[in-house]
Design a protein around this ligand. Sequence first.
Ligand SMILES: NC(=O)c1ccc[n+]([C@@H]2O[C@H](COP(=O)([O-])OP(=O)(O)OC[C@H]3O[C@@H](n4cnc5c(N)ncnc54)[C@H](O)[C@@H]3O)[C@@H](O)[C@H]2O)c1
Length: 312
Amino acid sequence: MSVPVFSRDAVLEAVSPQDAYAAVRNAFIAHHRGEWVMQPKIYVTNYPAGDFRAMPAIGGGHALLKWVTSFPGNPALGLPTVTGLVVLSNSETGQLEAVLDAASVTALRTAAAAVLAADTLGVENGPSVAVVGCGVNGAETVRMLVAHGRTPVVWDADEARRRFVADQFGAEVAGSLDEALARDAVVTVTPGRDVLFSEGSLRPGQHVSLMGADGPGKAEIATRELGRARLFCDDWEQASHGGELAAGVAAGLLARDDVTELGAVLAGAAEGRADGEDVTLFDSTGLAIQDLAIARAALLRSVEMDLPRLEL
Ligand SMILES: NC(=O)c1ccc[n+]([C@@H]2O[C@H](COP(=O)([O-])OP(=O)(O)OC[C@H]3O[C@@H](n4cnc5c(N)ncnc54)[C@H](O)[C@@H]3O)[C@@H](O)[C@H]2O)c1
């Protein structure tokens, strides 16, 4: 058997931001309809260093497993926070069809979900957008926004990093963290060590895509602030156990009926924003069906690309 291997660069060459956005949108809808299926991700932990995640999914004629890490202290060691592999198989024959770099697949699908949620749940007519946290996944979110004709302001705790990402994508650096957090739509992609939105800080009409707190013990928003917003998530099972909402559930502040899955809104089965004064929060933990969407989109391009192959 011989299968194509997609490096980081090959994934980004194969799947444009526009293709990633469309594929992830379709995946959320297929998941809502029960056509694409996944188990909640399994965390294999080695805290405080970090954790490993095993993420399986099936749909669209393929099955996938992503084995991926989150080691927040790695940048200080000169290592990436997120690394791993995606394995894509044919779901009819079980045959392996591709192996892909997990970090780039993750970044594309995370950025796509962040912008998709902001587009779906934010106020209409091109609101001002900010991205807070400009690491690997934040930078990809900036690229995704720019590819969709939006120019965000960016903020990162690291001054050199925020300038680098702004320059790379023609974005602007915000004057301060508070200025970034006051935008109409905010995407947060930090390690979740610091609460960005304190109690009482959300503004009427604001949308926030909370991408960074995707595991136990992380938070980008004060737990009580969740009660001031209409709540959305990518997947209730995952988000109520390992995401931002988990703290609200543990504190008895919210339950299943208080939270709507993004796929239901995209499929037209649930209401999103009700009016311009609503505050909407999207809690993302990252779904294997999103990875499946990106891996399938990459595979479609493999024939026309000169990719190295894994001989088994
Ligand atoms: N929801 C998802 O689908 C999803 C997907 C991938 C990663 N993540 C999570 O997103 C987070 C970021 O991942 P990454 O790979 O981009 O990490 P990264 O280490 O590459 O980047 C994190 C960035 O946040 C900055 N930062 C740290 N604290 C900050 C603060 N208080 N304010 C502003 N900026 C701050 C850092 O300087 C760094 O540039 C991690 O917690 C990761 O687990 C979530």
